[in-house]
Design a protein around this ligand. Structure first.
Ligand code: ZN
Length: 250
């Protein structure tokens, strides 16, 4: 199971690397809910995350996420201790903090330009980030960190990009090929016409060759020999034809 989980993670990571230009160190945007779950399940985020993602990671959060944990009180004190160890990324809510879910989603903007992985147990964040293409989701289930498979939005986005890349050049190519085919067909026709003309003009190079042959003394002899041979063969054939019945008789 562990190997299977790791294999799936590898596959998913390479999907984001290839299609959304994710690079190490992976930026892991974490909120209080994830830290709380990690604490409950005795998961050391700092140790487990790079192992699971098979690469260097940078664990980070936002000021809003920290503020939210502070306001929620004693129950989440442990989670707050964990979360405040991580880098605090600037969010646009410095003066008036917003709920962590709202803040995290705002960090992703429309296309997740900073290539954040989001580590959360908050369904509001999960639902929200699944509307944005190219946002890997990490959550904790059954004592383990799980990297969610790419959501439909990401898959659709990749497909659209691929089609966008394939369709237009393909159409251009098909148009080109059609034009070329037509062009070739026209050229073929021209060539055929030219070839016919060339055939008419062909005797010239052939005659040149003949002249060359004539220029060489031996071919003339050969020709005479050939002629004699031909004559002989004809004679032989004639003789054979004539003598054939005689031979069979004797
Ligand atoms: Zn914020």
């Amino acid at each position: 199971m562990k190997i299977k989980r790791q294999k799936q993670a590898k596959k998913t990571i390479s999907f984001y690397k290839f299609n959304f230009s994710f690079r190490e160190p992976f930026q892991i945007l974490i909120d209080g809910t994830f830290c709380q779950a990690a604490l409950k399940n005795k998961i050391q985020i700092k140790e487990q995350m790079p192992k699971y993602l098979m690469g260097e990671v940078q664990l980070c959060t936002t000021n809003c996420a920290l503020k939210e944990l502070e306001t929620l009180g004693k129950e989440l004190y442990g989670a707050k201790i964990i979360l405040q160890r991580f880098q605090v990324r600037r969010c646009p809510h410095f003066k008036s903090p917003v709920p962590a879910s709202e803040c995290l989603l705002s960090m992703l903007e429309e296309t997740n330009p900073h290539h954040y992985f989001v580590a959360t147990q908050d369904h509001t964040v999960t639902a929200g980030l699944k509307k944005i293409p190219g946002v890997p989701l990490l959550y904790i289930i059954l004592n383990t960190i799980v990297l969610d498979k790419p959501c439909k939005t990401s898959l659709d986005h990749v497909q659209a990009v691929q089609l966008g890349e394939l369709v237009s050049p393909a159409q251009q190519q098909s148009i080109r090929s059609l034009k070329e085919e037509q062009g070739i067909a026209q050229k073929d026709g021209e060539r055929r016409g030219k070839k016919r003309k060339r055939k008419q003009s062909n005797p010239n190079p052939l005659s040149c060759l003949k002249k060359k042959k004539k220029g060489v003394p031996t071919p003339s002899l050969k020709k005479t020999e050939q002629g004699q041979k031909r004559k002989r063969s004809r004679h032989k054939k004639q003789k054979d034809d004539m003598s054939a019945p005689v031979v069979t008789n004797t």
